[in-house]
Write a new protein. Structure first.
Length: 503
């Protein structure tokens, strides 16, 4: 049962520069995961509302594509300033609806802010190429032109960072955008959208529709949307990739994970255990880059008690409380799913080293808490290994050698992130070369690239060849046109008709 505020606010749609109330008959509650208080109600937009958002973006594109680079850049310079000024407010909204700790919520906003800063400098990356004199008096050059209306579909776990991976880069490169935030925590995303308008985005350049499956399918199918960026689970992302590709769109889908940290016995023990505790249990394990799986190699097998000791020191509490390490998971359903997976681990023969189920959290008895949980003796074939748990559960496997560990990681279907802990440069380099995973950390557990690079992924963690933000997304959000030009002057002008295809 949720406690509904007397007049829970409604989350608005943004269509053609106006924040409007949806006419939908279908709504859901946005719930504080630490208290079950209903913070707001969010609509599932109607087909007509999705069409109106796309139509507005299509109309706005006519002007926006001609807006000078400097004018666009100055909007994002202003936007980054506004985000900085509102950091505390944004983090407070984020923690209330998502549950993560306030410092972690600031980190969520900050990692998005870095993409906004990068968007402000996009002119440096959206440059064409020119080959002078490819034939006598002829030059060939490329234009990187925006596509038109692009759309973004985002997950619940980074409701600030991931929308900011998408619309600033798409808009800075000259496109207009329709965003579909997670229906579980849309409020901080909407505050960021308000600030983007305050920074000067003209009406129609950014639109927002809320909803779930039907709205996502409408985006995939819409003939006026040219490209779709998706971040979320592998199941939904694969569906979005297939459906939107079939409709002729460019699609990039960043999806699920099972990130392995491989620990060699020569690693610095104290630093490695500290890094692992943060990377496995921080944000209650609800990070696509969480290090949720440890592979202990050789003598490092003796480190299990050290990991358990570190995990026991972490404080489980509401994200608003100072000193909290592990906040609640997003929903009651998520908590029940995680608890069921823990039960399956016990049934399937793994050793439960630390049981975090139903921790006592005074003052927040109704919160969706799961404390740090550790299994050893885990093997492929167990559900706790084969499935993405997306909660504060660390599973430990063992391997004889580095090569065995690499083979294990490469045999897992997911390829989002991984890390190796060692003091051997040769071992680290071997790992870097052989591992089939997008983001690789060396003595770093969560190697998320900054925006001068692009986020990536291998195998089941990514569909589409170009990643979000960084240089790759400029290619994703633009169409290359090659122009081959000859300008005649008195000296070079020919007088005959040229019927050959040679230049
Ligand atoms: P999700 O796939 O359930 O939801 C993502 C989006 O898809 C949401 O906007 C949601 O409304 C929509 N959606 C949900 N069900 C749908 C359906 N049946 N049809 C069409 N659309 C649907 O993901 P989530 O639970 O919000 O987020 C967690 C997942 O996201 C994890 O798997 C995590 O690893 C992944 N993730 C990946 C990255 C990355 O960069 N690889 C980053 C963050 C999160």
């Amino acid at each position: 049962m949720h406690r509904v505020a007397a007049s829970a606010a409604t989350v608005k749609l943004l269509i053609d520069g106006e924040f409007v109330e949806s006419g939908s008959a279908q709504w859901r509650d946005v719930v504080n995961p630490a208290t079950q208080d209903v913070l707001a109600r969010v609509p599932f937009a109607t087909a007509g509302e999705v069409d109106a958002a796309v139509a507005s973006a299509k109309e706005a594109f006519k002007r926006w594509r001609r807006t000078p680079i400097g004018t666009r850049a100055r909007i994002f310079l202003k936007y980054q300033q506004l985000i900085r000024e509102h950091m505390g407010e944004l983090a407070t909204i984020l923690t209330a609806e998502q549950g993560k700790t306030l410092p972690d919520a600031e980190g969520d906003v900050f990692r998005g802010l870095e993409v906004v800063e990068h968007a402000a400098a996009i002119g440096n990356l959206q440059l064409g190429e020119l080959a002078n004199n490819v034939a006598s008096g002829v030059d060939t050059y490329t234009l990187l032109q925006p596509l038109g209306v692009c759309a973004g579909i985002t997950p619940f776990n980074f409701p600030a960072m991931i929308p900011l991976w998408m619309f600033p880069m798409a808009i800075a490169t000259g496109n207009t955008f329709v965003l579909k935030p997670s229906e579980q925590d849309p409020m901080v995303t909407m505050r960021l959208v308000e600030l983007a308008l305050e920074a000067g985005l003209p009406k129609g350049v950014l639109n927002v529709v809320h909803g779930g499956e039907d709205v996502v399918n409408a985006i995939c199918d819409h003939p006026d949307i040219k490209a779709v960026s998706f971040v979320g689970s592998t199941r939904v992302g694969t569906h979005v990739y297939n459906r939107a590709s079939l409709a002729g769109k460019r699609v990039q889908c960043m999806m699920g994970a099972k990130n392995h940290a491989v620990i060699l016995p020569d690693a610095n023990k104290e630093q490695t255990l500290n890094a692992m505790a943060g990377a496995a249990f921080g944000a209650a394990g609800q990070r696509c880059m969480a290090a949720s799986t440890v592979v202990l190699v050789g003598e490092a097998r003796g480190w299990i008690p050290g990991l358990v000791t570190k995990a026991r020191t972490l404080k489980v509490n509401a994200g608003t409380e100072p000193g909290t390490d592990v906040g609640p998971v997003i929903s009651c359903a998520a908590r029940e799913r995680i608890e069921a997976l823990i039960a399956s681990g016990i049934e399937q023969g793994a050793t439960l080293e630390l049981d975090g189920r139903r921790p006592e959290v005074p003052g927040f008895e109704r919160g969706n808490f799961v404390g740090p949980t550790i299994f050893s003796g885990v093997k492929p074939g167990m559900r706790i290994y084969d499935e993405e748990i997306f909660g504060p559960v660390l599973v430990i496997l063992e391997a004889e050698t580095l090569d065995d560990a690499i083979a294990l990681v490469n045999a897992n279907p997911n390829g989002n992130g991984t890390a190796v802990f060692t003091q051997s440069g040769a071992a680290a380099r071997r790992f870097q070369e052989e591992i089939d995973v997008g983001q690789v950390g060396i003595n770093l557990p969560i190697p998320v690239p900054l925006p001068m690079f692009s986020f990536t992924g291998s195998r089941a963690s990514k569909l589409g060849d170009l990643g979000p933000y960084g240089k790759q997304v400029v290619t994703f959000y633009t169409q290359t046109k090659t122009v081959t030009a000859r300008w005649f002057d008195d000296e070079t002008a020919g007088h005959g008709v040229n019927t050959t295809i040679n230049l």
